[in-house]
Write a protein that binds this ligand. Sequence first.
Ligand code: ATP
Ligand code: MG
Length: 670
Amino acid sequence: MSAPNLNPAQRDAVEYLQGPCLVLAGAGSGKTRVIAHKIARLLRAGTPAEGIAAITFTNKAAAEMRERTRALAGAAAAKVTICTFHALGVRLLREDGQALGLGARFSIMDASDALALLRECGPTTDAALARHWQSLISRWKGAGLTVAQAQERAADDAERRAARVMARYQERLAAYQSVDFDDLIALPLRLLQEHADVAQKWRAKLAYILIDEYQDTSAIQYALLRQLVGSSGQFTAVGDDDQSIYGWRGATLDNLRRLPEDFPDLRVIRLETNYRSTAPILQAANSVIAANPKIYAKTLHSAIGAGEPVRVLACMDERHEAAQALAHIQALRARHPKSRWSDFAILYRANHQAKPFEQALRQARIPYRVSGGTSFFERTEIKDLCAWLRLLVNERDDPAFLRAITAPKRGIGAQTLAALGKLAERLRLPLFATLASPALPTALPTRAVDALHEFGRFMDTLRADAARAAGKQAAHALLHGWLQGIGYEQHLATSSESAPQAAARWGNVLDFCEWMAARCEAENASLLDVAHTVALVSTLGEQQQEADALTLSTLHAAKGLEWPHVLLAGVNEGVLPFRPEEAGNPAAHIEEERRLMYVGITRAQRTLAVSWARQRKKGRANAPARASRFIAEMALDTPERTAAAASDARARLRALREEMEKAAQAMKTG
Ligand code: ATP
Ligand code: MG
């Protein structure tokens, strides 16, 4: 067992087992560490592992917690339940869902399946409307409403229609023996509320419950928690009101306020030492969050102490921002030669902001991982185009062949491809080479052979043209000719869920072409050469999932995590804070966005940089942009401020000298 490394307040929180306990403390103060140690403590005290449940915010956090507890308590920790609220809900329903008429083998619908079902229930072909129903129904379920209650509460015709759709939707779910994500909390709650024997059983079973990131629980999760802990109040919740960032998804800080009311003997423990960040980083974080009204006043000081100042990178546009970020990271790598790529993270407000960074990282051949969203290069349309490029540079790439020949569909079906595959195997040839085999016409019907030959010819022409196309203009023309030739825009229009989605995907394709053409220019290379490196990195990307990689992440997905070097990107008005002018409640919106900024800053251990751009993309054009108010709120010692302070000091020195000279003069004359 490793030595318990805890300060007195943390130890207090770990040792306190007499009743409900809330650890309320700022970022990086060791709240999650307290949970891990407390699990080990409970095991040492003889609590059976099966009786301990620790609830985390994400599956990833659960995996990390399992790792930490194994390191602390060894094999004894294996049987501890460590999971999200949703996973715990699955367990309750699997064991006791029959009390609600649910079989043990029910299935869980993901959000996109649920959306498809809602469209059927409407019925509607309007994807946006279906999504609107989905979020409304989700909110109703999150507030614990049944269909009947939702129908009663519906405020207008649109809501009444949504409630009718909800009724059909719930019927279908039941008929399919399915549940959606919201049901994973709502149904277990109903189960415990309506079946005293089941509630009794689970309270006896779960002797102690621990919850991380308590500030981001929803009202219904809190209700479930109360059912599970019953009157014993044997639980520990840890959280930070300044890091509540899921208000938009129904999380509520009321849960923090209600805890002392619902559990009058609640013990509140505060942690005031931050073990994660250097003093300048923590100072910036504290300064930003000071602008929010306080529910609970907190102090936080750095155990690490002095460090490099926080840097602000002012950039021209998003592409320049990505280039600056890379230069910054390369410089840090040079200054910290022992660092690994996994020590670096670039964090941003919204998924789509990853794109320029991904492009720059690929170009520099730096391995990266995208979390909290789909990587640009993982998007269907970009993977389609990369498959074409891969096949272009390597005829033997069979997976690329199969993807390219079916994206878009060109009258070559599964049967034809299966027959082609058999022939290729018999001839021991790659699929592409098999197209030219004299045996092809004997193995397949003429129509199929013609279609395959046409694809082969198209590819050969494209390859020859790509080898000649050098310079931006030529590359551009060729890429657009190619997309037109294969009817790719049309393909997106027919295969996308909605017109806006098709347009967004086509936008990605145009961006990709723009980027390829720019590289031809910059590298003074033919399109085929550029395709070669892109293809190489895109295959490498598939193989090196687990390798040492830099993290690209949304701020939401970065919660609870830490990296030695963090860059917060796109810290512009309108991005972070996100479009304040469109918010229903602007003050509350800015406060939540400010907490997001606080979360971002406090992910950094050793260095922090914040970047913003003077121009940002709006549609397909650039529009002027301003630095976020949160940069000013960090109250950094900027060069100007330092210069001002220095000139101030010089002035004071001059005044002092004058004083002394005057005094000396007076003494001489006196
Ligand atoms: P967040 O609010 O971001 O979730 P947290 O309060 O959960 O942060 P932890 O992640 O538990 O904080 O801890 C932050 C860092 O400080 C971790 O690297 C952890 O190992 C370290 N740490 C915590 N407590 C101590 C301690 N007493 N001594 C040394 N290091 C510590
Ligand atoms: Mg934590």
